[in-house]
Design a binder for this molecule. Structure first.
Ligand SMILES: Cc1cc2nc3c(=O)[nH]c(=O)nc-3n(C[C@H](O)[C@H](O)[C@H](O)COP(=O)(O)O)c2cc1C
Length: 182
C-alpha cells in the first residue's frame, strides 16, 4: 500500500461523491476549547486529498480558529446517510497561509459565500445593518482562513448490514485496518 495514499482515502472520496454528488460535502469538526470542553460544528469539505487530508475555509474571527491555535488536534465526523457509513477522522489542523492555497479556495467560492467574510463578526450581538450592507470583497479579506486537517487515525463504521462493520487504522501503523467490534 502507498502510505501517502491510504486506500481508505480513495474509498472515502468515492463515497463522498456518491453521497453528495455536486452538493456541498459536509463534515462535523470537533475541537477543544481553552477549558478542554468539546465544541463541534458543521463545515464544508472544500478539498479532499489522496492522502486523506481535508481542507475547509473559515473566518479568522470564529471561535474554532482560536481553539485550533491553542490545540490543533481535532476530530472530524462524516456521516454518509444513504450509505449508512460513519467516518471519524482524527488529525491535526494547520492553517495554510501560502497565497496559492488561499487563492485556490477563494476562487471556488460564490459571491454570496465571499460576502460572509465581511459580515460582522461571528458570535457577536446581531448587527442587521452591517449584514445588509455587506458586499462581496474584491480582494481576499484578512478574515479568510484556509485549514488543512492531516489525518492520523480513522475509525470506520458501517451500519448498512445487520452485522455492523467497524475498523480502525492509523498512520503510525501504516494505515493497516484493524477490525473491531462495532
Ligand atoms: C451546512 C453548514 C455548513 C457550514 N460550513 C461552514 C464552513 O465551511 N466553514 C465555517 O467556518 N463554518 C461553516 N458553518 C457554520 C459553522 O457550523 C459554525 O456555526 C460557525 O463556523 C461558527 O463556529 P465556531 O463559533 O465554533 O467557530 C456551516 C454551517 C452549516 C449548517
Amino acid at each position: 500500500m502507498n502510505i501517502s495514499s491510504p486506500d481508505w482515502a480513495g474509498e472515502l472520496q468515492t463515497a463522498l461523491s456518491r453521497e453528495f454528488n455536486n452538493a456541498p460535502r459536509l463534515a462535523m469538526l470537533a475541537t477543544a476549547d481553552v477549558s478542554g470542553h468539546p465544541r463541534i460544528r458543521a463545515i464544508v469539505i472544500r478539498q479532499f486529498d489522496a492522502d486523506g487530508s481535508i481542507w475547509f475555509v473559515t473566518d479568522t474571527r470564529s471561535e474554532k480558529v482560536r481553539q485550533i491555535a491553542a490545540e490543533s488536534s481535532v476530530e472530524m465526523l462524516i456521516w454518509l446517510a444513504s450509505q449508512r457509513i460513519q467516518y471519524r477522522i482524527q488529525g491535526v489542523a494547520a492553517r495554510a497561509v501560502d497565497r496559492v492555497s488561499l487563492l485556490r479556495q477563494w476562487d471556488l467560492l460564490s459571491a454570496k459565500t465571499r460576502t460572509m467574510f465581511v459580515w460582522p463578526a461571528s458570535g457577536e450581538p446581531r448587527d442587521d445593518v452591517a449584514m445588509a450592507q455587506a458586499t462581496p470583497p474584491s480582494e481576499i479579506p484578512l478574515t479568510f482562513a484556509v485549514y488543512r486537517v492531516v489525518p492520523s487515525r480513522v475509525d470506520f463504521l458501517s451500519v448498512a448490514q445487520p452485522l455492523h462493520v467497524r475498523w480502525i487504522a492509523s498512520e503510525t501503523d501504516r494505515w493497516v485496518r484493524h477490525p473491531v467490534n462495532p
